[in-house]
Design a binder for this molecule. Structure first.
Ligand code: SF4
Ligand code: SF4
Length: 96
């Protein structure tokens, strides 16, 4: 588990590079674009928020990738990923 911005608990992604065949299925399925290839290795980028959907774990056919932890907001609102009320006129009464 890691704490992002002191507010959001996000998982650690563990990758066994002995098993990884660089198929990039995990990269292609991640809705949050958490992964990049650095030095020919799939890498969880520190500035990206993993929401623990576990899609990457499911599509990893070699069993190289494991998601450890959960996505949880610990305090306040996260800077991204929350509903932008201002984009919806029907919620105007809730605009601040
Ligand atoms: S658990 Fe979901 S959000 Fe997190 S890295 Fe995997 S695919 Fe991306
Ligand atoms: S899906 Fe698994 S084997 Fe494929 S690149 Fe990702 S970690 Fe490696």
């Amino acid at each position: 588990m890691m704490l992002f911005n002191g507010k959001i608990e996000i998982p650690d992604i563990k990758i066994d590079y002995e098993k990884c065949n660089l198929c990039i299925n995990c990269m292609r399925t991640c809705p949050m674009r958490v992964f990049q290839i650095i030095d020919k290795k799939i890498t969880q980028m520190p500035g990206e928020i993993c929401i623990a959907c576990r899609n990457c774990e499911v599509v990893c056919e070699t069993g190289a990738l494991k998601v450890h932890g959960s996505y949880r907001v610990r305090k306040g609102l996260p800077e991204i990923g929350y509903f932008h009320l201002e984009e919806f006129p029907e919620y105007k009464e809730f605009w601040k």
